[in-house]
Structure formats: structure tokens, C-alpha cells
Design a protein around this ligand. Structure first.
Ligand SMILES: [Zn+2]
Length: 582
């Protein structure tokens, strides 16, 4: 097991959980697995690190075929619709994937089957007979959500074949009480029938998983708690289903033909598939992916919501161990949930389709700026505990922090500079102690932000960013350039020279969080931010110690962050309460 303190990473592979192509992504998803990853990746690109960000749609499994059956369309229609919609929503929100792939690609069947064969060859896969519900009318098995009934634990009458959404219990199909078919038009009573399935023998990996988890004391407590809970009670896990929508099982014979690989086996392998596709697309190199998955100099990070912890901190690592030669994750960044604060009841509630309280990304983007959405979701990021999305808090945080502190400082500094110094950064006079302290604060806050970013504390990082804006406003108010410009133009020049340096600092430091705001500000300042990427680049933190030259031309300042209007927001909150924000 490599020791993190001695490993020298020269590149970073970042993944975000593959969203299921059976619905529109919502703000809860964004706060959990996507925005933190994107902020981290954009930060690493700015620093010149070689970083690759891989995502995509998870497109197999029973919920998708069920949607297709109910709508009278094909599963392909369903995944095409949601893959396109979600890829578009991510792009609009500035989630900057290097590739957004699909598990329905042929290449993915190839990758998944290689994983299966390798595990089989290593003796980690066996067959076992199970009793499963079967529809005599449809003459087919009813996997997972194809059958409904009463939960054997809590009695909830809308429980699925394998799990209860009410109490969270997981059970074997035959434990379900009073089963009924969930397929439209099927009036027959399900019966139990034997079916042979393939199982991954997870207990083979118990010791190696423990050693690996023990080597990561730095992970968040929530992730480690869930992972150890699983590792201490590992059982063989069924990795196939009676369905025709999924990756074919690479085994000869009729028995395998009627079944497919279970979606939870193939979905994380999608990260590998999409890296393979990226290598071919960008370099025409079918082997380029191996550097990102097998080279000891690559660090791998998974960003996920906490419901995904068992798959990324236990099952997928076991599957990788069974391949040989693959790196294991260096960090699994698992977030808690973003709940919804209900204005009418005054209660925090879980986002759910049945409650109709979820806010889709597409709806949010139709009504708010990318800057506002990204700012608020990062400021309340559910890192160590659940957080609430609350409309009043949204307005107060965005208006009171991003607009009033950072936007206002940038705007008044630039407007006064352009007006009084011929549209150029002024030539400074003597730098006094207060000026020097302000200039030093740029580098100090940049270091504090870097430290928070490296520790995956994005809430703290964005607070440090706002702190720089606060310090800058204090400086501006103390120096009173609007007074000194009538009495001491040299002093005013020095003040506004310092302010221009701070604005440029804010522009660089803003870029991971609010890329759209940073791009606009960079345009006003005539500054080019490094793009970075898988090949690395220059370190933008260096920009923060080299001053913006006196005499450099500035463009006409614009309002970076327009304020949210209270009445408009109240109307939109009502739309949300009616369940129409999806
Ligand atoms: Zn239950």
C-alpha cells in the first residue's frame, strides 16, 4: 500500500457520481457531487496541476425500463432525453467536465465485461440460485421496482422488491409482503420462482479494504463511518438481474443471455470507460487512459453524495483490487444532503419527487444567474452535516455577501479609477503601512483559500474569499478616495492602485467558485486567467504576487452581481411551494 506522505503526485483524476438518466438533476445533486468537484478541478487548473475531470450518465437499470413502459416509449428514448437535458444543465451551470460520457456506449460494455472476466478468473464470482418474483401473465421475472408490496420491516405499502424508500431497509425479494406487479396492465399475482444469478464475493477483499481504509485517517468521519460499517459485514453481492436492459453477461449459454449485469456493478466502471473515450477523442490513443488509472503518480478523487459511499469506498475499490494494477481512490469526498426549508411549515424536509419540493437545475438557471446559484450552494455546502436550501437565506447571503461585499468593492474601485485616472491603473506614490497591509492580505487570503481547497473545505474557502472583500471595503472606507481626490491626487492614486491589485486578486480567487463572474471581471481588467487542464499549465497564484502594472488600461466597469429582488424572489418561492420548480 503506497504511503501518501511519500507519494509524489504529478496528476489528479477527479470523478463525480454519474447521475441516473431517469430524471432532471436538481440542486441537491449539485451541492453533493458536482459543484464541490468542479470548484476543486477549476482550482487545480488555475494552479497548473495536470487534472482530468470525468463524468457522464448512468443509463442502465430497472427504473429506466419502467419509465419507458409507463410512457410507452423505448428505454433508449428515456436515456437520450435525460442524458441530453442533464449534459446541457451541467454545461449551463459551468460544471467543466473534460468528458461527459454514457454507460450505454458499446465501449462501456467492453470495459464492464473485462472487469467481470477478470473478477471471474480470480475466483471472485460465483453462481447462486435465488427465489424471485415472477409474473405468470408476462412470463418474466419482476426485478427490483417491477414488483411492489409491503415492507417486511415497517409495513410501508409502496415498498420496492429489494428496498423500502420509507424506512431505508434492504431485503431479499422473497421477504416482500403482499407482492403485486408494478407493470402497467399486469393483473396477475406474482409467484416465487428460482433463478440463478452471479454474485461478487466481497468477503474476499475484507482485509485489503480494511488496510486501505486504515491508510486514510484524513477522510471525513461520515465517509469512514459508513465504509467501516460495510467492510465489517461484507456479504456476497448479486451483480446480475433478470432484464434485457444492461450490459450483457460475458458468459456462454442461455442462462446468461436472459439476464444483464446489475447497474450498480457497471455504473462506477463508467469512469474508466469515459476516460478511455476521452483518450481516444483527444489524443487518438486507446491506451492514454492507463496513465490516469494505473500510474502511481496519479491521485484519484471521487466526489459523491453520502448515499453513494458504499459503492465508492467499498464495492468499486474491491472491484478494482480484483483487476490488479489499478490505483485506488486517494480520497472519497462524500457530502451530506441538501434539504429544503419549507416556508409554509417552517420545517426542513428531504427533497423528494413525491413531495414535489425539488428544484431542478434547468428551472433554477431559467430564473437565477449561474453566479448566484454557485455562490449560495457553496456557501451552505453540506460538508459535515445536512444543510437547508432556504429562499430568504439565499437572497440574504447572495445580496449581502457576494453583491454588497465583493461586487460593490470591485465596482466602486474600478469606476473611480477609470473616471479619475484616464481609464488606467494609476501610478502609485509612497506605499504606506496601511497600503502594504492591504496588498499583503491578497497573498494571505490566497494561501488560506488554497489550504481550505486542499482539505476539501469549500465552505471555508469561499468564506476566506469574502473575507478579502471585507478587508478591502474596510481599507477603501478608511482611505476615503472620494474625499482625497479633491485634496491629494497622489494619495488617491496610491489608494486606487492598491484597490486595483485587490480587484485583480479577487478576480483570480473567484474563478473556481464563480467562473462567469471571474471571466467578466478579467475582461474589465484585461487579465488572462490560465486555462490549465490535463496537460497542466501556469500557476495563477503567481499572478497574485506580481502587481498589475501602473498604466495598464481598464475597460468600462459593469455590475458583476446584480441583486436579487425581494418581490421576484417571493413569487419564485411560491412557484416552488406549488411543486413547479422542477
Ligand atoms: Zn420499510
Amino acid at each position: 500500500m503506497p504511503d501518501d506522505t511519500t507519494r509524489d503526485f504529478s496528476r489528479t483524476l477527479v470523478t463525480s457520481a454519474l447521475p441516473y438518466a431517469n430524471g432532471h438533476i436538481h440542486l441537491g445533486h449539485i451541492a453533493g457531487a458536482y459543484l464541490p468537484a468542479d470548484i476543486y478541478v477549476r482550482y487545480q487548473r488555475l494552479r497548473g496541476t495536470k487534472v482530468l475531470y470525468v463524468g457522464g450518465s448512468d443509463e442502465y437499470g430497472v427504473p429506466i425500463t419502467l419509465t419507458a413502459l409507463k410512457e410507452g416509449v423505448t428505454p433508449q428514448d428515456v436515456i437520450d432525453r435525460y442524458h441530453t437535458a442533464n449534459a446541457d444543465a451541467f454545461a449551463r451551470l459551468g460544471i467543466s467536465y473534460d468528458i461527459y460520457g454514457r454507460t450505454s456506449w458499446d465501449l462501456h460494455a467492453d470495459t464492464t465485461q473485462q472487469f467481470f472476466r477478470m473478477l471471474d478468473a480470480g475466483g471472485h464470482i460465483h453462481q447462486q440460485e435465488m427465489e424471485l418474483w415472477y409474473s405468470p401473465q408476462l412470463e418474466r421475472f419482476l426485478p427490483d421496482r417491477y414488483v411492489k408490496g409491503s415492507c417486511p420491516r415497517c409495513g410501508y405499502t409502496e415498498a420496492n422488491g429489494d428496498e423500502c424508500e420509507s424506512c431505508g431497509a434492504q431485503y431479499t425479494a422473497k421477504e416482500l409482503v403482499s407482492p403485486r406487479s408494478n407493470v402497467p396492465g399486469d393483473d396477475s399475482s406474482p409467484v416465487l420462482r428460482p433463478s440463478k444469478h452471479w454474485f461478487l464475493n466481497l468477503p474476499d477483499f475484507t482485509e485489503r479494504l480494511k488496510t486501505w481504509l486504515d491508510s486514510h485517517p484524513e477522510w471525513r468521519a461520515n465517509v469512514k463511518g459508513i465504509a467501516y460499517g460495510w467492510v465489517n459485514d461484507l456479504r456476497p453481492r448479486c451483480i446480475t438481474r433478470d432484464t434485457d436492459w444492461g450490459v450483457p453477461i460475458p458468459v456462454d449459454g442461455d442462462e446468461a443471455k436472459a439476464k444483464r449485469i446489475y447497474v450498480w456493478f457497471d455504473a462506477p466502471i463508467g469512469y474508466v470507460t469515459n476516460t478511455r473515450q476521452w483518450g481516444m477523442d483527444t489524443q487518438g490513443d486507446a491506451k492514454a487512459w492507463e496513465l490516469w488509472w494505473k500510474d502511481a503518480g496519479t491521485r484519484m478523487l471521487h466526489f459523491i453524495g453520502k448515499d453513494n459511499v458504499p459503492f465508492h469506498a467499498v464495492i468499486f475499490p474491491a472491484m478494482l483490487m480484483g483487476q490488479g494494477g489499478y490505483n485506488l481512490a486517494d480520497h472519497v469526498v462524500g457530502n451530506e444532503y441538501l434539504n429544503i426549508f419549507n416556508r409554509r411549515t417552517g420545517q426542513s424536509e428531504k427533497g423528494s419527487k413525491s413531495k414535489g419540493n425539488m428544484i431542478s437545475v434547468r428551472w433554477a438557471l431559467d430564473n437565477f444567474s449561474v453566479n448566484a446559484i454557485r455562490y449560495y450552494l457553496c456557501a451552505i455546502a453540506p460538508e459535515s452535516k445536512d444543510a437547508d436550501f432556504d429562499w430568504d437565506d439565499f437572497m440574504n447571503r447572495y445580496n449581502g455577501e457576494l453583491c454588497d461585499v465583493v461586487g460593490n468593492f470591485a465596482h466602486r474601485s474600478l469606476t473611480m479609477t477609470v473616471k479619475n485616472f484616464d481609464g488606467r491603473v494609476p501610478e502609485p506614490g509612497e506605499i504606506e503601512a496601511g497600503d502594504a497591509a492591504m496588498l499583503n492580505a491578497i497573498g494571505e487570503q490566497a494561501e488560506a483559500i488554497a489550504e481550505a481547497m486542499e482539505g476539501f473545505r469549500f465552505r471555508q474557502a469561499i468564506e476566506r474569499f469574502i473575507d478579502l472583500g471585507r478587508k478591502a471595503n474596510v481599507y477603501f472606507d478608511a482611505m476615503q478616495p472620494w474625499v482625497t481626490r479633491k485634496t491629494d491626487l497622489a494619495r488617491t492614486a496610491t489608494t486606487l492602485y492598491v484597490c486595483c491589485q485587490v480587484v485583480r486578486g479577487l478576480c483570480v480567487l473567484m474563478a473556481p467558485f464563480m467562473p462567469e463572474g471571474a471571466a467578466k471581471l478579467a475582461g474589465i481588467l484585461n487579465v488572462t486567467l490560465p486555462q490549465g487542464g490535463p496537460d497542466g499549465g501556469s500557476d495563477a497564484w503567481k499572478l497574485l504576487v506580481e502587481p498589475l502594472a501602473a498604466g495598464a488600461p481598464l475597460n468600462t466597469p459593469e455590475v458583476l452581481f446584480p441583486k436579487l429582488d425581494k418581490d421576484v424572489l417571493a413569487e419564485l418561492a411560491e412557484v416552488h411551494l406549488r411543486g413547479e420548480a422542477y
